[in-house]
Write a protein that binds this ligand. Structure first.
Ligand code: HXC
Length: 259
C-alpha cells in the first residue's frame, strides 16, 4: 500500500478492506488530498479479488465534518468550476464493490454526502447528521440535495438543507439514512461483520445486485426492471450460480470463486 497521509488502510482481512479517515485535528474534514487518497485506494482494489467489500469509518469520535472549509475559502467561482474534487466524488460513486460506512459523531456536509455514497450505514448512537452548508452561504455540492431527497424524502431533506439543523442516529434510522444504530464502540465491529458476510457471497452477484439497486435511484421502474432482468440472466452464466445451487442440493456450504 502507498504511504497515505490522510487515511489509514487496513486489510484485506476475510475479503474486507477498511479505510479510516485520519485527520482528527480537523475533525476528518475532507481536504482534497484525503478525497484523492480515498478515490485512489478504492480504484486500486477494483481488480483485486481479495477485496470484496470495504468499510469506511472515521473512528469512534467523528466521521467527517465536511469539506475542508479552509481549502474551500481559497477558491473563487472559477476555482470551484475547475475544481478536481467532483472527479474524486464520481470515482467514489462509481466504485462497484459494496461499501459500508461505520459512523460515529458528526457526519456533516461533505461528510454526510460521503456517507450517502456508501451502500449501507451503521451508526453509533452518538452520531449526528446534517447539511450545514447553508450557514456558509452555500449548498451541498457532492450530491447532498439529490441523494438526501431520494433517501429521506422531501420534507426532511428540505428541513436539513434549508435549516442546517442536525438529526441524531435514531432519527436517521427512522428516515432510512442508516440501517442500524449501535453503541459507538460497536459501529465498526458490526460494519466489519456485515462486510465479511457480504464478502463471503458470490462477488459477481453482489456487484450486479449493487448496480441494480443503485439504478432504482435514477431511472424509471421499467428501465430498472429491464436492467435487473439482464443482470439476473447474466448470472445464469456464472460458475458461482452453479455452485450455489449445487451446494443447496447437496446440503453443504457453497464455495464461491467470483467466476
Ligand atoms: C476545516 C474544520 C472543519 C471543516 C472542523 N474543522 N470542521 N476545518 N473544515 N469542515 C477544524 C476546526 O477549524 C478546528 O481547527 C478543529 O477542526 C476542531 O474544530 P472545533 O470546531 O473546535 O471542534 P468541535 O467543537 O468538536 O466542533 C466540531 C464541529 C465543528 C461541530 C464538526 O467543527 C463544525 O461545525 N465544523 C464545520 C461543519 C460544517 O460546516 N461542515 C460543512 C462544510 S461545507 P483549529 O485549527 O481551530 O483547531 C461542505 C460542502 C460540501 O461540506 C461540498 C462538497 C464536498
Amino acid at each position: 500500500m502507498p504511504d497515505y497521509q490522510d487515511i489509514l488502510v487496513t486489510g484485506p482481512d476475510s475479503g474486507v478492506m477498511t479505510i479510516t479517515l485520519n485527520r482528527p485535528q480537523a475533525r476528518n474534514a475532507l481536504c482534497n488530498n484525503l478525497l484523492r487518497e480515498l478515490a485512489d485506494t478504492l480504484d486500486a482494489t477494483i481488480g483485486n479479488d481479495k477485496v470484496r467489500a470495504v468499510v469506511i469509518t472515521g473512528g469512534e469520535k467523528v466521521f467527517a465534518a465536511g469539506a475542508d472549509i479552509k481549502e474551500m475559502a481559497e477558491l473563487d467561482a472559477v476555482g470551484v468550476m475547475n475544481d478536481i474534487r467532483p472527479t474524486y466524488w464520481r470515482r467514489i460513486a462509481q466504485y462497484p464493490k459494496p461499501v459500508i460506512a461505520a459512523v460515529n459523531g458528526f457526519a456533516l456536509g461533505g461528510g454526510c454526502e460521503l456517507m450517502m455514497h456508501c451502500d449501507i450505514v451503521i451508526a453509533g448512537d452518538n452520531a449526528r447528521f446534517g447539511q450545514p452548508e447553508i450557514n456558509l452561504g452555500i449548498i451541498p455540492g457532492a450530491g447532498g440535495t439529490q441523494r438526501l431527497l431520494r433517501t429521506v424524502g422531501k420534507s426532511m431533506a428540505m428541513q436539513l438543507v434549508l435549516s442546517g439543523e442536525f438529526i441524531n442516529a435514531e432519527q436517521a434510522r427512522e428516515f432510512g439514512l442508516v440501517s442500524e444504530v449501535t453503541i459507538p464502540e460497536m459501529s465498526y465491529p458490526r460494519a466489519l461483520t456485515l462486510a465479511k458476510t457480504i464478502a463471503s457471497k458470490p462477488p459477481i452477484a453482489v456487484r450486479l445486485a449493487k448496480e441494480s439497486l443503485l439504478k432504482a435511484y435514477e431511472t424509471t421502474l421499467e428501465t430498472g426492471l429491464n436492467l435487473e432482468r439482464k443482470a439476473f440472466t447474466l448470472l445464469a452464466a456464472t460458475e458461482d450460480r452453479n455452485e450455489g445451487i449445487a451446494a443447496f442440493m447437496e446440503k453443504r456450504q457453497p464455495h464461491f470463486q467470483g467466476k
